[in-house]
Write a protein that binds this ligand. Structure first.
Ligand SMILES: [Zn+2]
Length: 414
């Protein structure tokens, strides 16, 4: 069996970087306030381009459905049908329009200075320090870059390009899937999982060289609503019950040490995330995260108990708490099929790099897809510092990701 471990050769023999840059120029920012699917129509611009390119690469069934899910099949050998997934949208946390990628060739290890006083400093950005001599790509500082997840899309497309140019390289039947609205947690929602027909799938969604993920947060939301008693403030003595004052008390009582800003690695948190309302009625959205379901449900109990303690302070006050499931820790499902993680680790090592099995302090489309019966771990696509103007990617890392995908497919072809 032939394996791939030359990242630079991958960059020379495919249009990986050109593809990536062309995808970053298409604005695909998703919008969590929109009810439609896709949440923004312009995700179709990238979807339609990809369908055309997939057809040119010989995937004759390439299509986009009415919800903006792109699917295509490359027939291959072996018993397994393997999915390769990436997401079309970018986060709304930073502008995604008019992205101008900047190449820092033969990177010299110094802080990278961009527009708007944006600085990416290897002193605080460990991975950047590892990229001396690489080509590092950033935005110009006014937008995000969109390596999350257009690097993943480009890597999948370049794997298909490589198979077209080298038909002797073994691979299983590959199902390609590009999903809308991952950044707003809906990438899995209308995924045509039955029609897709894969036995296992892999997202290419973020992470520096060698990082693979078979574990994500277990995620819930809490919605706390405080209803007070409104009156004219000029005649409010003894009558007004101000919802804002009681919401402030509730938030102040949340344990400070169980917050995103005070936790790391395998620690979970309670994070008051968004607040809206007025003196009459006020609502707070909190996100609850941990790697263990029991613990995250414990965070929900803390929220309920604190809400109840606030409600007790005034009999006229009404405080409601709703807890909603968001996504599961994919490990619950993947641990039943340990061969998937083993094979993925082997594919990384065959690329000549170390396999770093990291839990994601977040979720991917694979979290809910794994719950729905399609086991879907994540493979690094090279990008770092997502959702902001300091986002960057190393071309060498992208080349290694492509090596890993080709090696993984070789292993599945048997
Ligand atoms: Zn992503």
């Amino acid at each position: 069996m032939k394996f791939f471990n030359d990242s630079m050769a991958m960059l020379e023999n495919t249009a990986l970087i050109e593809r990536f840059i062309s995808y970053t120029k298409i604005d695909t920012t998703s919008d969590g306030s929109s009810e439609s699917c896709p949440s923004t129509k312009n995700q179709f611009d990238l979807a339609n381009l990809l369908v055309k390119q997939l057809a040119e690469l010989g995937l004759a069934d390439a299509a986009v459905d009415e919800n903006c899910y792109v699917t295509a099949t490359l027939e291959g050998k072996g018993n397994d049908v393997v999915g390769l997934l990436a997401h079309l949208d970018t986060s709304s946390a930073a502008p995604g329009v008019d992205v101008k990628a900047i190449f820092h060739e033969n990177y010299d290890g110094k802080p990278i200075k961009l527009k708007n006083d944006v600085i990416i400093d290897p002193a605080t950005d460990d991975y950047l320090g590892l990229c001396v001599g690489d080509t590092v790509i950033t935005s110009d500082g006014t937008t995000l870059l969109g390596a999350d997840d257009k690097a993943g899309i480009a890597i999948i497309m370049s794997a298909l390009e490589y198979y077209k140019a080298n038909p002797d390289i073994p691979h299983p039947t590959i199902k390609v899937g590009f999903t809308p609205d991952e950044e707003i947690g809906r990438g899995h929602a209308k995924f045509p999982i039955e029609a897709f027909g894969a036995d296992v799938a892999f997202t290419l969604d973020g992470g520096y060289t060698g990082e693979i993920n078979v574990e994500t947060f277990e995620a819930y939301s809490a919605f706390v609503t405080v209803n007070g008693v409104p009156t004219h403030p000029g005649m409010a003595k003894g009558k007004l019950v101000n919802a804002l004052r009681f919401m402030a008390k509730f938030i102040d009582r949340l344990p400070a040490e169980i917050s995103p800003e005070c936790t790391e690695e395998r620690e979970g948190f309670i994070h008051p995330y968004e607040i809206s309302g007025d003196a009459t009625s006020c609502k707070c959205h909190l996100i609850l995260r941990d790697f263990e379901e029991e613990k995250v449900l414990g965070w929900g109990k803390i929220v309920k108990d604190l809400a109840a303690s606030v409600e007790k302070e005034d009999p006229r006050l009404k405080v409601d708490v709703k807890i909603e499931f968001s996504y599961p820790n994919m490990h619950k499902f993947l641990k039943e099929k340990p061969e998937i993680a083993q094979r993925l680790g082997e594919a990384v090592r065959k690329s000549g790099i170390e396999a770093k099995l990291e839990p994601i302090r977040g979720g991917t489309d694979g979290s809910n897809l794994s719950r729905k019966g399609l086991p879907t771990p994540n493979i690094f696509a090279g990008g770092v510092n997502f959702h902001g103007p300091t986002e960057w990617v190393s071309t060498r890392a992208m080349g290694y990701s492509l090596c890993t995908v080709l090696n993984l497919m070789t292993l599945y072809a048997g």
